[in-house]
Design a protein around this ligand. Structure first.
Ligand code: TRP
Length: 334
């Protein structure tokens, strides 16, 4: 790990297929931070979090590997950043246990995500689901992370992480870095193509065309954009009463790096149909090299395996410094 650089840490569960919302809202920015002299990026595929809900084992393994390759395909370079499976680094579970002993039942029972998930999975309200935010705090604190780019829905977990770190430091001295959450600006929030009032997500949508997956073929992408909901009127403007058009403009801007004004001017004389087609084409072109890279990686099993192994080893080594300190502080025998 580069000395002197601040650490950016983020995690993503391997349960859903990566989509355009994940890519434009998060992954693309992570890749572009790689060459910064200020930050070193650590990205974990948090498979341990995923088993708080029942998973099909073969499917989970496949998705985790696919996510690893997707991160690489979008430009995260496992030679420059650290990219690994959470389950390959025992320090996450070890620190998580210790932090459990510094987290109160009351705090965890106030977590809205826990409450929502308990309703959704009423037949399996397991202890892992309850302590999920503690494992997340361990992920972050284990590497001395400074900045955590994360969705708005994770704000409460992030605050709890800071509270736990602060509590521990108050008792034992400055062991943990107190991390900051970094929340995307609204412009980077990509909404569903069918339900533009809600974040693009597979789980909530009733309609397949709501989400564009990174693995969708050009034909599928174009047809999803063709079917994207628009709003009344015919003007292409990002107005409050035009959530569908505003979202398509946001997608176009994120890809073309144009400002909203520039994009609106560009489409001033276009009709909705033409506009949707052109946004769809821009997405197809953006994803083309990513899909090619993904295809190459899928054919190169040994190469990917060697990167997975090398990165896991680096992450294990990186996790030791703080973990050792914590174990000593709480009184584990040396
Ligand atoms: N809970 C996060 C989510 O669902 C995933 C996650 C786990 C995470 N550990 C993390 C995100 C650490 C950032 C940092 O989005």
């Amino acid at each position: 790990m580069q000395e002197g650089k601040k650490i950016i840490f983020s995690g993503m569960q391997p349960t859903g297929e990566p989509h355009l919302g994940n890519y434009l809202g998060a992954l693309k920015n992570w890749a572009s931070l790689q060459d910064s002299n200020e930050y070193f990026g650590i990205y974990s595929i948090v498979d341990m979090h995923s088993i708080t809900v029942r998973q099909d084992p073969a499917e989970l393994r496949k998705k985790a590997r696919n996510l690893f390759m997707s991160y690489m395909a979008i430009g995260i370079d496992p030679e420059k950043s650290l990219l690994f499976f959470q389950s390959h680094v025992p320090g996450h579970a070890e620190l998580s246990w210790i932090l459990n002993c510094f987290t109160y039942m009351g705090e965890l029972s106030r977590m809205t995500q826990y409450k929502e998930k308990s309703l959704k999975h009423a037949d399996n309200i397991n202890a892992g689901l309850f302590t999920y935010p503690v494992l997340m705090a361990a992920d972050i604190l284990l590497y001395g992370s400074h900045l955590v780019p994360i969705g708005d829905d994770q704000r409460q977990h992030m605050e709890l992480c800071r509270d736990i770190a602060h509590r521990f430091n108050t008792i034992y001295g400055d062991v943990f870095v107190i991390p900051e959450g970094y929340y995307p600006k609204t412009g980077a929030r990509i909404m569903g193509l069918q339900e533009p009032a809600k974040k693009m997500s597979k789980s909530d949508a009733t309609n397949e065309s709501n989400v564009v997956f990174l693995s969708d073929t050009p034909d599928i992408i174009l047809s999803k954009f063709k079917r994207a909901v628009t709003d009344s009127g015919s003007e292409i403007k990002a107005a409050a009463d035009k959530p569908g058009i505003a979202n398509l403009l946001a997608i176009y801007c994120a890809i073309s790096k144009k400002s909203l004004e520039e994009a609106e001017a560009e489409f001033a004389s276009a009709g909705y149909g033409d506009f949707k087609k052109r946004v769809g084409e821009a997405v197809v072109e953006e994803l083309r090299p990513i899909q090619q890279k993904l295809d190459e990686l899928s054919k190169n099993r040994d190469y990917v395996d060697s990167l997975i192994k090398a990165n896991a080893e680096k992450a294990v080594a990186a996790s030791q410094r703080i973990l050792r300190k914590v174990k000593k502080k709480v009184g584990y025998p040396s």
